[in-house]
Design a protein around this ligand. Structure first.
Ligand code: DC
Length: 223
């Protein structure tokens, strides 16, 4: 298998920017698994499925067909042929995604698709369970963290177009999502034993990218 770099961590830790940056630097593909859980959540909401009802979500989990583009310069995500890259970032989807992603039938389907996309490797994959469940044999595993305040600040900046998304509200919603993602029964957010933890609170994006690229080069050199 060629190189697989797994980057896990809580929301707002800078995973997406770092993962894309590393993929560009090393000429690898890029997969955002959070976007896949968001896409299924968006589809459930548009279908009127009550997302807090795990049985109702499980019953429809086999229906949405996802297509994910893996170019780090232009990642794409579509559900049943509809481009959803914009709609999956709304607060409505963000606040519903933890419930949908806790349903085992949803995870089984998406993990299978993720492994198919990873294929022979050559990819940076970001998520919550990549190093623990999706690609436990990945030669490079990163657990990216940052203080709660730093993460909320970054998220609020991403949501600057939404006047309701103050730093305080974003921090409260994020804390709720992290709690749900870390305490769910199936594949909770947790650091793999062999992952390297990088705290990005006081690091710049180029510094985080550099740290991951160095680990990837060390791993490749070690064979
Ligand atoms: O990375 P993100 O914030 O876009 O992820 C959205 C949600 O998807 C997150 O709250 C938990 C879920 N998720 C997951 O359960 N497993 C993954 N590998 C990636 C994301």
């Amino acid at each position: 298998m060629s190189l697989v770099i797994a980057i896990d961590g809580p929301s707002g830790s800078g995973k997406s920017s770092a993962s894309k940056g590393v993929a560009r630097r090393l000429g690898l593909r890029y997969l955002d698994t959070g976007a896949m859980y968001r896409a299924v959540t968006w589809w459930m909401l548009t279908q009127g499925v009550p997302v807090e009802d795990a049985e109702a979500v499980a019953a429809r989990a086999g229906e949405p067909v996802l297509e994910c583009g893996t170019d780090p310069d232009a990642p794409t995500i579509a559900v049943n042929g509809v481009d959803v890259s914009g709609p999956i970032r709304t607060r409505e989807v963000t606040n519903a995604v933890s419930a949908v992603s806790a349903v085992p039938a949803v995870r089984e389907r998406l993990v299978a698709l993720q492994r198919e996309i990873i294929g022979d490797g050559g990819i940076v994959v970001e998520g919550r369970d990549i190093g623990t469940v999706v690609a436990p044999d990945a030669p490079v595993k990163i657990f990216l963290t940052a203080s709660e305040e730093a993460r909320a600040r970054r998220r609020a900046r991403d949501l600057a177009h939404d006047p309701a998304a103050t730093v305080e509200l974003t921090q409260a919603e994020q804390a709720r999502r992290d709690r749900l993602d870390s305490t769910r029964t199936t594949s909770p957010l947790t650091k793999a034993e062999d992952a390297v933890e990088i705290d990005s609170t006081s690091l710049s994006l180029p510094e985080v990218i550099e740290a991951v690229v160095r680990l990837a080069k060390e791993s490749t050199a070690a064979g």
